[in-house]
Design a protein around this ligand. Structure first.
Ligand SMILES: Nc1ncnc2c1ncn2[C@@H]1O[C@H](COP(=O)(O)OP(=O)(O)O)[C@@H](O)[C@H]1O
Ligand code: SF4
Ligand SMILES: [Mg+2]
Length: 351
């Protein structure tokens, strides 16, 4: 079940004229397995503006993490690779950089936070050492300066008694505190872009809201652009400025967050929305009205090439053409794009 939307302070919209910092074009990433080729990301394009929060949302297995790993050059070499497209960061093409060049960007100018901090933190070093190591590698600080910066970062992510906590090991901290440490590591070098892949999924709802709030607050203070990946439209509603809905390795819909929630076009987006717990009239988030609707059916295997719309087997609006021809991703309203042959009929049907 989707978690109830955490109460997070409203994001400040990036100005429309803001400069594009990251530009992804027709990105295609495949894995080569014994059972065939997995088209995990199949022609995804988007721009991220300086200081903006872009959410990528979709069910498990739709290519969100692989999109993030592709941007960061972290697709495991033996398993798969980027087979097409481009990722430009501040004008530099990343897909053709050497691993050494990529390492100078990763964790420094583009940082990342993953779902489970225990797998990203090293159990044998204190959290202070881990933050200090990251800043000394990337920013050339000496040991003393790096340690001071570690404590400053722990205090910035609102960890009480940062001097003492800096000397503790990951297992001595709670899940929420470990995720704060990951945010501290990710932001210690003042990155231009932060990619957060399901950063709060492993945490309970109250802690989720605190961590999301913290990320947004620091983003506004530091001017970092964020790509926030989530399966939870509740999180999107509370954090995003712009949203990309992904399905089966492709974009299904893209719009500014208010526009998307007011006028969803793609039947998949509408299905996701129907499965978010509603707030009560009083706005209290813990009160769920009625039963949640689920989208029936499952995400398709990405092993076979899908000639038409990948959502067709689950779609109540599907017509013959949907299984034969891939719908173009095009504007159906101003600055609001969707890939659906039957968009006009869907929009005319009450939710
Ligand atoms: N190392 C891998 N080898 C083979 N297939 C993979 C690998 N990593 C991811 N995939 C496949 O790529 C698709 C997209 O996965 P992913 O991006 O992790 O989805 P999610 O949207 O849940 O983050 C899935 O079908 C997944 O099984
Ligand atoms: S293109 Fe067809 S199958 Fe796909 S979402 Fe639209 S109506 Fe449904
Ligand atoms: Mg994922």
């Amino acid at each position: 079940m989707t978690a109830v939307a955490p109460a997070v302070s409203a994001p400040i919209a990036a100005p429309a004229h803001a400069e594009t910092i990251l530009s992804v074009r027709d990105l295609r990433t495949q894995f080569f397995t014994r059972d065939g080729v997995v088209r995990a990301v199949d022609g995804v394009s988007f721009d991220l503006k300086r200081g903006e929060t872009l959410c990528i949302v979709g069910e498990s297995g739709c290519g969100k993490s692989v999109t993030a790993l592709s941007i960061l050059g972290l697709i495991p070499a033996g398993a798969g690779r980027i087979v097409g497209g481009s990722v430009r960061f501040e004008g530099t093409e990343l897909t053709t950089l050497s691993e050494a060049e990529m390492r100078r960007i990763r964790g420094n100018r583009i940082s990342m936070i993953f779902q489970e901090p225990m797998t990203s933190l090293n159990p044998v070093f204190t959290v202070g050492q881990q933050i200090a190591e990251s800043v000394s590698i990337h920013q050339g600080l000496n040991r003393r300066q790096a340690w001071d910066r570690a404590i400053e970062m722990l205090s910035l992510v609102k960890i009480a008694d940062p001097k003492r906590r800096a000397g503790e090991y990951p297992h001595q901290l709670s899940g929420g505190m470990r995720q704060r440490v990951m945010i501290a590591i990710a932001l210690a070098c003042n990155p231009q872009v932060l990619i957060a892949d399901e950063p709060t999924t492993a945490l309970d709802v109250t802690i989720q809201a605190q961590i999301l709030n913290l990320m947004l607050e620091l983003k506004d203070r530091l001017g970092t652009a964020i790509i926030l990946i989530t399966h939870d439209l509740g999180v999107v509603a509370e954090t995003a400025q712009r949203v990309i809905v992904m399905y089966a390795g492709r974009k299904a819909e893209e719009a500014a967050v208010d526009e998307l929630f007011r006028h969803p076009i793609h039947p998949y987006t509408r299905g996701l929305m129907a499965s978010i717990p509603r707030r009560s009239a009083a706005g209290r988030r813990s009160q769920v009205r009625g039963r949640l609707q689920e989208i029936t059916g499952i995400v398709p295997s990405l092993r076979e090439e899908i000639p038409g719309c990948a959502f067709a087997p689950r779609c109540g609006f599907a017509v013959d053409r949907c299984t034969r021809e891939q719908p173009p991703f095009e504007a159906h309203r101003p600055a609001h794009f969707a890939a659906c042959w039957e968009a006009a009929r869907v929009v005319g049907t009450p939710r």
